[in-house]
Design a protein around this ligand. Structure first.
Ligand code: SF4
Length: 323
């Protein structure tokens, strides 16, 4: 088996569950406060759920049918264990009783060993977190918070409808509850400098997440961003630039944080720019792995180096005090 120079999701799942685990994308019919008029109706400027969530097409499909079909597909790939992934829109955006009903439905299946829930940081509260914490006593529960950026100027530009503080508040009520906490970040916003992007890795090391999903900024059809890009095109990262930047990011990311995703892919059907996110699965992971190997580097190398030099300088201080 090829050595991995970063902590990838398959490795994490094998460590946790002892075997291959297949993720089933489910559409439980949720909406989103940035779509239903509560915060807005246009959504985040880049959002076209159909472009990033295959389960969007299951909209009116019974959840049990979705699960059964997902299990059948996973079994073709020789998986016996499954994570139910509530992916499109905001999957905690409902009263807590309804959430419990929805989540419990999928837990009836012995093959389902956990639930992953994609949501916005401003769509959780203590009551919802307590429900998830209760479920986490029996099964694996992952909350995937859509952070996107730690910079409020960027969050405003993408019309996200919440600020970075919302994520910190969500983390404050989610930590130490037996939950696996994952942050989604977008890389490549035109107003963010390389230094700002890399500083984000250091921030992520401090906030208490166990997982991260990285998405490259891409322009998809039928979005506000597509209209903006058409009027005023701005530079987007090409494949080589993105791989290099992700390796820089991973070198600064704690080695204990699992990289659940390295990029956002979509089909040509939706894609406007850049052209490379239609690459086949595995290609990005291979490219990042190769680049880290070429650098003789790995995830967390700079974090470990910093820790080492801090402990050396501590020793020097102690030594100086003694002499
Ligand atoms: S990206 Fe998520 S939060 Fe933003 S509009 Fe789309 S579904 Fe809503």
């Amino acid at each position: 088996m090829n050595r991995k120079y970063f902590y990838d999701y398959n490795t994490f799942l094998r460590e946790k569950f002892g075997e291959k685990v297949y993720k089933i994308c489910l559409n439980a019919g949720f909406t989103c406060p940035n779509r239903d008029g509560t915060l807005g109706t246009n959504g985040c400027i880049y959002c076209n759920n159909a472009s990033f969530s295959p389960s969007i097409s299951y909209h009116n499909q019974d959840i049990h049918q979705q699960i059964r079909e997902g299990i059948a597909i996973g079994q073709k790939y020789k998986a016996n264990k499954f994570i139910a992934y509530f992916q499109p829109y905001t999957n905690t955006y409902a009263p807590v009783e309804k959430l419990e009903y929805i989540y419990q439905q999928v837990l009836q299946y012995p093959e389902i060993v956990g639930i992953a829930i994609g949501t916005r940081p401003d769509a959780v509260d203590s009551e919802k977190i307590n429900l998830l914490a209760k479920l986490a006593q029996k099964t694996f529960i992952s909350i995937e918070y859509g952070v996107q950026s730690i910079y409020d100027d960027t969050l405003k530009w993408i019309q996200r409808g919440h600020n970075y503080q919302s994520f910190l508040q969500a983390m404050a009520i989610s930590q130490n509850k037996g939950l696996h906490l994952c942050a989604h970040l977008m890389i490549g916003f035109p107003q963010e400098t390389k230094e700002q992007i890399l500083a984000t890795a250091a921030v992520m090391n401090q906030v208490g997440i166990q997982g991260i999903k990285l998405h490259n900024l891409l322009i998809t059809k039928d979005t506000v961003l597509a209209q903006m890009y058409e009027k005023n095109p701005f530079p987007l990262l090409d494949f080589t630039e993105y791989v290099s930047l992700i390796c820089d990011f991973l070198e600064r990311l704690a080695p204990t944080i699992v990289c659940e995703r390295l990029y956002a892919n979509t089909s040509q059907e939706y894609l406007i720019a850049p052209s490379w996110p239609a690459i086949r699965g595995g290609q990005m992971s291979d490219a990042v792995n190769q680049e880290l190997k070429r650098r003789e580097s790995y995830q967390g190398r700079l974090v470990l180096q910093e820790t080492k030099s801090a402990s050396n300088s501590d020793k020097e201080v102690h030594h100086a005090r003694r002499t």
